[in-house]
Design a protein around this ligand. Structure first.
Ligand SMILES: *Cc1c(COP(=O)(O)O)cnc(C)c1O
Length: 478
């Protein structure tokens, strides 16, 4: 085969859209988790690429035969592991358009609409989530789409270093042992990774204890550590406040952390990867308490719970000059009049890579097709599902909640040893009926039930819970 003709593309395009529609329609009848051993799929794939081109039919049939049986079905309505990784029809269609357009949005001039749609959509989302004016277009800050929350925290560290060193780090690099960052044991591991990547090293990470019996940062302990670092001659660079921790959806005390950070010139990054999008509901705006007053940077992931397929992390900074100051480099081959006029935004200076996809398209499609009302309905449905699960757990004396149900996440355990809980998880997931994951809270293994899937309805939640109960009954009987 050479290039597909437009008509052939149309033919296979329809087939692929049909394929996806059928996949979604029949997902329910597939086991949620695959039954494969390491290497099973690799062994069935040819060791060498084909010399002569094949038809796209061959690709589709291998997708069915070889790959689908090896997938964990994240869009399955009974998938309740990790956090949701929502995909949705408008987002998928817009992502296809993004691929078809194939534009690069690294500079304003390389596709003006790519940059300006992103600016508008991030401004829309900032309004929808109750984020402050200073993050918006008209203010000194601004928003940008990143691939992931992990990239956002790397950028926060780089911007913080630029500000704290008055630009010297750009030239001289990081002075070993000088800068420190504050997190808790519940903060996402991406922050430690960011310290490693940016050259601060793991030794820069200060793990602030959480309040006893809770999973949120203890402010008194934070104050103590900051003071000790000051005395020891370290520079307190950055604190990460998590709104909705990965393990249990705990919320750090952002206003208190913010006040302390302001007092000491510490950059406050708010990581709301999972939970932030829930603030689209007015009754959940409290999630952003303190962000307006104190956050230097903030991110949330529409690719988790806001119906926008991966990758789409939305990142805002209060002062874009710190970010672009840390990152902008202008080689001759990228020079252009628009950039030099200072009237345009070049998003390459707001991210790690140079090239960038037209990701705003899918977020725009989601915001337009669902509307804020549709998004609120989706968030509220996930929370209602979690509330049901929490009630059923409380009503079954074999089980207990390990933390209060928070948003669409329920952490619970069998009132039994850690090993029994791990066994229960393995049995549940082996049924193929549902899929859960686990965490450890104060040394106790807990199962996590994370609702919020795009296709999940109450009867799916009921089916999953019955499965957990049945497996618990067999486990306890055995
Ligand atoms: C999921 C998650 C992350 C990491 O998300 P990526 O976008 O995959 O990097 C970071 N922080 C929190 C709180 C998360 O829940």
């Amino acid at each position: 085969m050479t290039n597909m003709s437009p008509d052939e593309f149309r033919h296979y395009g329809y087939r692929v859209v049909d394929w996806i529609a059928d996949y979604w329609k029949h997902l329910e009848s597939l086991p949620v988790a695959p039954r494969v051993e390491p290497g099973d799929i690799l062994r069935r794939l040819p060791a060498h690429p084909p010399e002569q081109g094949e038809s796209f039919d061959a690709v589709l049939s291998d997708l069915d035969e070889l790959l689908v049986p090896g997938l964990l079905h994240w869009q399955h309505p009974r998938f309740f592991g990790y956090f949701p990784a929502n995909s949705s029809p408008p987002a998928v269609l817009a992502d296809l358009l993004c691929s078809g357009l194939g534009v690069q949005g690294m500079l304003w001039v390389t596709s003006p609409a790519c940059t300006e749609l992103e600016q508008r959509v991030l401004d829309w989302l900032a309004q929808a989530l109750g984020l402050p004016e200073r993050f918006r277009l008209a203010g000194p800050g601004g928003g940008v789409i990143q691939d992931t929350a992990s990239s956002s925290v790397i950028l926060a560290v780089l911007a913080a270093l630029h500000r704290a060193s008055a630009g010297r780090v750009r030239r001289d690099g990081v002075t070993p042992g000088r800068y420190v960052c504050y997190v808790t044991a519940e903060t996402h591991s991406a922050v430690t990774k960011a310290a490693v990547i940016t050259g601060l090293g793991e030794q820069a990470i200060r793990q602030v204890p959480t309040r006893p019996g809770e999973q949120a940062m203890d402010l008194t302990q934070l104050r103590g550590l900051v003071t000790a670092d000051l005395v020891a001659g370290h520079t307190s660079l950055l604190a990460v406040a998590t709104v909705g921790t990965t393990s249990t959806c705990a919320v750090d005390p952002v206003p208190g952390m913010g006040a302390l950070c302001r007092e000491h010139g510490i950059w406050l990054h708010v990581d709301a990867a999972y939970a932030g999008v829930a603030a689209v509901c007015p009754e959940l705006r409290w999630l952003h308490d303190g962000v307006a007053e104190f956050a230097d940077s903030y991110c949330t992931n529409p690719h988790k719970w806001l119906l926008t397929n991966f990758d789409c992390d939305t990142f805002w900074v209060a002062d874009r000059a710190a970010l672009t100051g840390a990152l902008s480099i202008l080689p001759e081959y990228l020079r252009n009049e628009a950039s030099e006029s200072g009237q345009v935004t070049d998003y390459r200076d707001w991210q790690i890579p140079l090239g960038r996809r037209f990701r705003a398209l899918k977020l725009w499609a989601v915001l337009r097709c669902y509307g804020l009302a549709g998004l609120r309905e989706h968030i509220r449905r996930g929370i209602e599902h979690a509330q049901h699960v929490a009630r059923w757990i409380t009503a079954d004396e074999r089980f207990e909640l390990t933390t209060p149900q928070r948003l669409s996440l329920v952490c619970f355990r069998l009132r039994a040893a850690n090993q029994a809980n791990l066994d229960l998880l393995a049995r549940v997931n082996a049924t193929g009926i549902t899929f859960l994951t686990h965490t450890k809270i104060d040394e106790r293994v807990s199962l996590r039930f994370a609702a919020g899937g795009t296709h999940t309805e109450l009867h799916h939640v009921e089916q999953a819970w019955r499965c957990v109960q049945q497996q618990a009954a067999t486990l306890l009987a055995g």
